[in-house]
Design a protein around this ligand. Structure first.
Ligand SMILES: Nc1nc2c(c(=O)[nH]1)N[C@H]1C(S)=C(S)[C@@H](COP(=O)(O)OP(=O)(O)OC[C@H]3O[C@@H](n4cnc5c(N)ncnc54)[C@H](O)[C@@H]3O)O[C@H]1N2
Ligand code: MOO
Length: 425
């Protein structure tokens, strides 16, 4: 009897599945920014995506000022033996002086105070000696200070008219500081997308409820909620859907009308109980499904009307990997930002793989280690199961192994994608 060849090894067909780079190309080419814009105060702008270009409308700093607490003087009055200056004035930060510094005169000056007209160099107070004579104060500045020492020039941080930030950038704390330093109190950013978060599966229960054999706590909900904090979205929890076609169809139809993005987990595979795929085909269009990657093979992308549909696999490791590789850049792109590929470092492997299937890209859970020579190396979490949250928890990132690689030896260079590069702290 000649039967059907066993597909127990379901990776047999990876060469017929969509490659990772093809999946990225589909996502980039079929999606565009859909978020509107709004003005927000700077204090609420962290991690939002900028919808305007920011240009400095004045010099930063506005005027030449002192970098230290000390004494400002004219370098022309200073010679190889140093300088002996009459103290002419005192200038504190926020109290600019209009009085021009005379020859062989110095100004007592404090960090951030504007240089008096005529002064160009500052000596640190620790290096100077003061001296009183006939009711007048003098300062002795030792030799060796260069012209302009300890003086911060107007516009040295940013010159008037310089471009500081461009639309599409995600605002980091230091970007907010740069915008604040221009005097701008509000910025135009892209609105947060509305994202519906849905778990599917009869076996799922929320923590806090009792479970019995066969039940599983809905850990993906909390995983995805946390991961969604790396993108500028408003999440609404639509709960757990039962494995029932009519229930799933009604829920997705309703969600597609109310949300910009639907993010599901589970039911992405092809079992009779996996309804997400069938419902997507009924209500909308499927653009992508079945990728030549591990984990994450059943990752789904489609649309239901104007709503973008992202169907992550149910296995927690696959759900996280697919969120990071596909959902995060997609949501950034829809939100007006860039579709960015992950931050990647090449480093020697501390592990061996004697046989890897060709034709598929694999993403191991990895962490950084130090070898005997003190080099940073990539170590792999020992077990590969896609249901092991422990591997995710112990990892510092993902180790990406391309399709063509079929074995890895210790010391071979591998690509490490740190979780921090995805914004996970
Ligand atoms: N015959 C085949 N079976 C499977 C295939 C295949 O190609 N042929 N693919 C496997 C791969 S790869 C993955 S990944 C999973 C993904 O399947 P689904 O997306 O349909 O996920 P489920 O079947 O609903 O669940 C899989 C697994 O994950 C657990 N799960 C689901 N949701 C959650 C949640 N919210 N929190 C925690 N755990 C969750 C669920 O209980 C299952 O154990 O399919 C393989 N099968
Ligand atoms: O490869 Mo699945 O995507 O087992 O987790």
């Amino acid at each position: 009897m000649t039967g059907k060849p066993l597909l127990d090894d379901c990776f047999l067909h990876d060469k017929d599945r969509l490659r990772h780079h093809e999946a990225l190309a589909i996502l980039k080419s079929r999606l565009t920014a859909i978020a509107g814009t709004e003005l927000v105060k700077l204090e609420y702008a962290l991690e939002r995506i900028l919808a305007e270009d920011i240009t400095a409308s004045r010099n930063i700093p506005l005027a030449d000022n002192s970098a230290v607490d000390g004494y400002a003087f004219r370098h022309a009055d200073f010679d190889e033996s140093g300088g002996f200056f009459r103290l002419q004035q005192r200038i504190a930060a926020g109290h600019a002086s209009a009085e021009t510094l005379g020859p062989w005169a110095a100004a007592r000056i404090f960090t951030g105070a504007v240089m008096p007209p005529g002064a160009d160099t500052v000596a640190m107070q620790e290096d100077c000696e003061t001296h009183s004579q006939d009711g007048e104060e003098f300062v002795i500045v030792p030799q060796g200070l260069k012209w302009s020492a300890n003086c911060r020039k107007a516009g040295e941080d940013v010159a008037d008219g310089t471009s500081i930030l461009t639309a599409g950038q995600k605002l980091r704390p230091q970007d907010l500081a740069a915008i604040a330093s221009t005097g701008q109190a509000e910025v135009c950013v892209y609105r947060k997308l509305k994202v519906a978060l849905i778990s599917t599966g009869d076996e799922l229960r929320r923590p806090g409820n009792l479970i019995t054999v066969g039940d599983v706590y809905d850990s993906n909900h909390y995983l995805l909620r946390g991961l969604a904090s790396t993108v500028p979205v408003e999440i609404e929890d639509l709960g757990i859907l039962k494995d029932d076609m009519a229930t799933v169809e009604a829920a997705l139809r309703d969600a597609a009308d109310r949300f910009d993005v639907i993010l599901t987990t589970g039911g992405a595979s092809r079992g009779e109980e996996d309804h997400i795929l069938n419902v997507l085909d009924v209500l909308g269009n499927r653009h992508m499904w079945q990728l030549a990657i591990k984990p994450g093979r059943p990752m789904m992308f489609g649309n239901i009307g104007a709503c973008v549909f992202l169907g992550l696999p149910g296995n927690p490791v696959a759900a996280m990997v697919c969120f990071l590789l596909y959902a995060q850049p997609v949501i950034n792109l829809l939100s007006g930002g860039a579709f960015r590929e992950p931050q990647a470092f090449q480093m020697p492997s501390a592990f061996e793989i004697s046989r890897k299937k060709p034709d598929r890209r694999e993403f191991y859970r990895g962490y950084l280690d130090t070898d005997d020579e003190g080099r940073t190396v990539a170590q792999k979490f020992i077990r590969d199961g896609s249901g092991l949250i422990t591997g995710l928890r112990e990892a510092d990132g993902l180790i990406e192994i391309p399709e063509k690689v079929t074995a890895i030896g210790k010391g071979d260079m591998v690509t490490f994608l740190p979780f921090s590069g995805f914004g996970i702290r």
